[in-house]
Design a protein around this ligand. Sequence first.
Ligand code: BDR
Ligand code: CA
Length: 308
Amino acid sequence: PRPVILDGDPGHDDAVNILLACSSPELEVLGVTTTYGNVGLERTTYNARVVRELIGASFPIYPGADRPLVVPRLSAEAVHGESGLDGPDLPTPTREAESLHAAQFIINSVRARPNKITLLPTGPLTNLALAFRLAPDIVPRVREVVWMGGSLDTGNWTPSAEFNALCDPHAARIVFESGVKLTMFGLNATHQAIANPARVAAFRQLGTRVGEFTAVLLEFFAEHHRERYGWDGGALHDPMTAAYLSAPELFGVQPMWVDIDTTEGPSAGRTVCDVWKVTGQPPNADVALTVDADGFFALLTERLGRYP
Ligand code: BDR
Ligand code: CA
């Protein structure tokens, strides 16, 4: 299996990404690193421990950045609730998080296994940017980065910007300029995968604790999407990163030059994608364009069904 580090801000969809990665035989989860984002770092770290407890997994958890590099910190309680995982009853975690910083864990891991490790960030890119700045030697030794964030077109937190990109545009720019092999799952892709009632029912019908937990999580997650967009479910953003590694045939990507707006105007945090190659810049990312949504949910349901 391919060794991966999940970096995120759980978060409903981050939590589902952890569940998917840990049940995918193609992947070996070396650790989960946490960042501020949907809620503060202390709570996202707690939530990662909750998910680990739920499935009895053994991966270590490393807390990382508690704020962006430059801009003030945002959070998304409006989407994820005060806890960041509102909805289901949460098991009380027993095992603690580690004391090593997330960025240092990433550095140590990549140095120990050069060209092997894939990073799956599903939140602001601050931890990756810190790691790349602290240890530039690791950049060419990361096998691949698959990030949920950005958008080819419109944003969700401002008209221009997606939440993870907007949280730390400077960090995003460091990662996009680094030369690392990078795939971006932005809103233009993730908004194609709506966890509608039929898809949620499929998780519930697994008849397991994980299936029920996921169903209740997604029912809470749907509320914001119903109010804001009028959709009949939440867009299941983050699990596309793990799904892409297990079943790349479900997704269509196109190489492009992507720049990040780090200015303070109305386009702050926008991922500017050069679809028509007008800049003449060489591509620095594969940008996801198409998603087989039924295939994606079928994969997810099958994988979550592997939990007893
Ligand atoms: C992203 O923002 C967060 O709220 C979600 O977890 C996802 O990573 C979508 O814009
Ligand atoms: Ca997230």
